[in-house]
Design a protein around this ligand. Structure first.
Ligand code: SF4
Length: 342
């Protein structure tokens, strides 16, 4: 059976059928992340303009209301799939140290449906921000999930186009991409949900990234979560470019959490994600890499929070290869220190 993704390779264009591209996976040579073709969006003079409906007014996300003016701390949730008990134990370990739990959706690690994940996180005392990607669900199913999340409750949704499934991973299933992240943002906003969107400041073509984020705000985004961008100076330049594009949405900057070589390597493998190599080297060479990694993450967070327009940070990465309990403890310690300013 021919998948839509395979069919897309037969014609010039985007294999993900994106309207509001480019995605965050454009390669350094400006080629497509999916097929050996140039990405058609990079030659355009600027980002594709949002032409959908104006997003309805919605209240400020609860995340900021709860924080009452201090920076917010989000954390990625990294747990084994289809394991409710482990998920809830992990959330319980993070919920008093972080303001929200960002629940991912991975091409090689499917998990419970998003509506169920939101309930599990909430029941464990966390505030869920649920990732929805366009890879594994057609438009109807995305509409169902948005309606379900709006009815049962979530802190917010994180609307992402999604990376394509790697070769050899579940070759028996199609990859849908009826929508892209920007159009999904429009649907989520219309459903009345608080919406966050990703952007990768250092992903090529860099010149499109700030304008692309401004278009996502027009579609309904209320919060931007950035990939790591190598340095606070780079985030500051990006935030200024976003403002110059007329966007005002708060930015949550990525903080890399790693305390050993495998956890650093795992983060470095993501396209469009940059770590400071000197910082990585200093942590890995320290006599106590766990303490050094925690200190490095807190220091990076402080630098990022000093940037105009940055309202919070997102702790990403597993932090350690030692185990989930250790990972949770490391991220909780970092979250507590950032929130308390110690
Ligand atoms: S890099 Fe992304 S946006 Fe560009 S053609 Fe490939 S899938 Fe489409």
């Amino acid at each position: 059976m021919t998948t839509r993704l395979e069919a897309g390779a037969d014609v010039p264009g985007c294999p993900k059928h994106m309207t509001y591209g480019p995605c965050g996976g454009v390669r350094d040579d400006l080629g497509c992340e999916v097929e050996p073709v140039p990405c058609p969006f990079v030659a355009a003079p600027g980002p594709v303009r949002w032409t959908g409906p104006t997003a309805p007014p919605r209240p400020e996300p609860d995340l900021f209301v709860r924080a009452r003016g201090r920076p917010v701390v989000l954390t990625d949730l990294s747990v084994p799939p289809y394991d409710a008990a482990t998920l809830q134990r992990t959330v319980a370990g993070l919920s008093d140290a972080c303001d929200a739990i960002l629940v991912g959706e991975h091409h090689d690690d499917p998990d419970f449906p998003p509506t169920m994940l939101a309930s599990l996180v909430r029941d464990a005392g966390g505030h869920p921000w649920i990732t929805l990607t366009c890879r594994d669900r057609n438009r109807v199913v995305l509409e169902q999930e948005l309606a379900g999340l709006a009815a049962t409750g979530t802190d917010g949704v994180f609307c992402v186009t999604g990376d394509a499934r790697a070769p050899g991973v579940r070759p028996d299933v199609t990859q849908v991409f009826d929508l892209d992240g920007t159009r999904l943002t429009g649907l989520a906003a219309a459903a009345g949900l608080p919406v966050a969107v990703p952007e990768a400041p250092d992903a090529p073509p860099r010149g499109h990234r700030a304008g692309r984020l401004a278009q996502k705000q027009l579609a309904g985004a209320q919060l931007a979560v950035l990939n790591h961008a190598g340095s606070a100076a780079r985030v500051a330049a990006f935030a200024a470019a976003v403002r110059a594009e007329g966007a005002s949405l708060p930015i949550v900057a990525g903080v890399a959490v790693y305390t050993d070589e495998p956890s650093a390597r795992r983060l470095q493998a993501y396209p469009g994600l940059e770590l400071d190599p000197r910082r990585v080297e200093a942590v890995l060479a320290a006599p106590d890499p766990v303490a050094a990694g925690i200190d490095a993450a807190v220091a990076e967070a402080r630098e990022l929070l000093a940037v105009d327009g940055v309202a919070g940070v997102n702790l990403s990465g597993r932090g350690t290869s030692a185990g989930l309990g250790e990972s949770t403890a490391i991220k909780a310690e970092i979250g507590r220190r950032i929130r308390s300013g110690t």
